[in-house]
Design a protein around this ligand. Structure first.
Ligand SMILES: Cc1cc2nc3c(=O)[nH]c(=O)nc-3n(C[C@H](O)[C@H](O)[C@H](O)COP(=O)(O)OP(=O)(O)OC[C@H]3O[C@@H](n4cnc5c(N)ncnc54)[C@H](O)[C@@H]3O)c2cc1C
Ligand code: FES
Length: 358
């Protein structure tokens, strides 16, 4: 009898649970092995999120009714008041009963459902001494918004890593996608890509993820990219160019030396198709003084300045690159009068180690 009850109970808790999201009225189901966030994203609910490891706090929502099991202590990320008021992090919650949730901030996620798709690496090209462009041919189409990212898995490496889509998306979905991969010293996945020509190797793509994408607006935009952070910025600008290139742009691209600059032809192509002012400023921080570089030098943040057609304080800013560059750029933009709501960024965090350190 106890065994039978145990089996019935086990079956009960293994059933998908239904989540009722207020005030939108959206409903979705969460499978037993999914987190609350995974359930929402695989149904195409635009649930806000970014890091998916409990750090950014973007997926917070209020548990009005039902039971969850938390993966981490929410007080690492949420305030004491929020925890007391039953706020939870969707990316760090397993669902143990039907739920009612209150989302009291903007549902600014992307509407494309997260899918896992198999593919094959169809091309691998060197862009700089430490950045590769890899192209993947997929078995079926994927939809994403420019600026978003996907998790890439290869059979020989246990955990996936995140990489930003590098091309502007096609409306009807892409069967070919590309990524810029920077070699990280002793990095397992990036060394695998850089270690040999991986053309023909199998690869699995899960996505799209992330809330870093171009918001509809007439305001000028300031884009700041550092290193492989060029990928989502290029994708955003390609998408905006297809939509007419009708907003003024200041685009700052930070690199160490001339040999770290890449995709300049693609950027010039975007700039030449643009219908409003497009100021592209590559900025080199470590270029030796005794050579032929006549362009800008120093830190990209020093070049956040008003330009013809662009008043910094009334611009939206899109930032992508190393966390240090992003933090410095946010400070400078705030000093120039750009409020936090107008600043969107994508930090290339080391997600795996961020998770393990906790
Ligand atoms: C949303 C998102 C988008 C990303 N997009 C891109 C992209 O478009 N292109 C790209 O090249 N990378 C991107 N990354 C980083 C990428 O996911 C991996 O972290 C990176 O490629 C290193 O993986 P690895 O397996 O080589 O290193 P691991 O084996 O995971 O780590 C090896 C060592 O390197 C350190 N390390 C890991 N990642 C980084 C890092 N990013 N910077 C500095 N040190 C690190 C680790 O702490 C560890 O000491 C993105 C990350 C996130 C979260
Ligand atoms: S804390 Fe959940 S997505 Fe960042």
């Amino acid at each position: 009898m106890a065994n039978l009850l145990g089996r019935i109970f086990k079956k009960k808790i293994q059933e998908p649970q239904v989540v009722d999201l207020q005030p939108s009225g959206d409903q979705f189901t969460v499978e037993p092995k999914q987190t609350l966030l995974q359930g929402a994203l695989s149904t195409g609910i635009p649930f806000p999120h970014e890091c998916r490891v409990g750090v950014c706090g973007k997926c917070k929502c209020r548990l009005v009714d039902g039971k969850i099991k938390s993966i981490m202590d929410f007080s690492y990320t949420l305030s004491k008041e929020e925890v007391e008021r039953e706020y939870i992090l969707a990316c760090q919650s397993f669902v143990k009963s039907d739920l009612t949730l209150l989302m009291d901030h903007q549902m600014d996620g992307c509407q494309y459902a997260v899918k896992t798709i198999n593919g094959v690496i169809s091309k691998s090209e060197s862009l700089t001494h430490d950045i590769l462009k890899i192209t993947i041919k997929l078995d079926e189409k994927i939809n994403y918004s420019a600026g978003q990212y996907a998790d890439l898995s290869v059979p020989s490496i246990k955990e996936p890593r995140s990489y930003s889509f590098a091309d502007g998306p096609i409306n009807e979905g892409n069967t070919e996608i590309s990524f810029f991969i920077r070699k990280v010293p002793n990095g397992e996945m990036s060394s695998w890509f850089h270690g040999a020509d991986r053309t023909g190797e199998k690869i699995t793509v899960t996505g799209p993820y992330g809330s870093f994408y171009l918001r509809p607006s007439d305001q000028p935009i300031i884009c700041i990219a550092g290193g492989s952070g060029l990928a989502p910025i290029k994708s955003i600008l390609e998408q905006a160019s297809k939509q007419g290139g009708n907003i003024p742009v200041l685009f700052l691209f930070g690199a160490r030396t001339q040999r770290d600059l890449y995709c300049l032809n693609e950027i010039n192509k975007i700039a030449s198709s643009w219908n409003e002012p497009f100021h592209f400023v590559p900025v080199l921080s470590e270029e030796p003084l005794d050579n032929d570089w006549t362009g800008s030098r120093g830190l990209v943040t020093e070049y956040i300045l008003d330009q013809s057609g662009i008043q910094v304080s009334s611009s939206n800013a899109y930032l992508c690159g190393p966390p240090g560059m992003i933090d410095a750029a946010i400070n400078k933009l705030n000093e120039c009068g750009v409020v936090t709501d107008q600043i969107f960024f994508d930090k290339f965090l080391d997600r795996r180690h961020t998770q393990l350190k906790r």
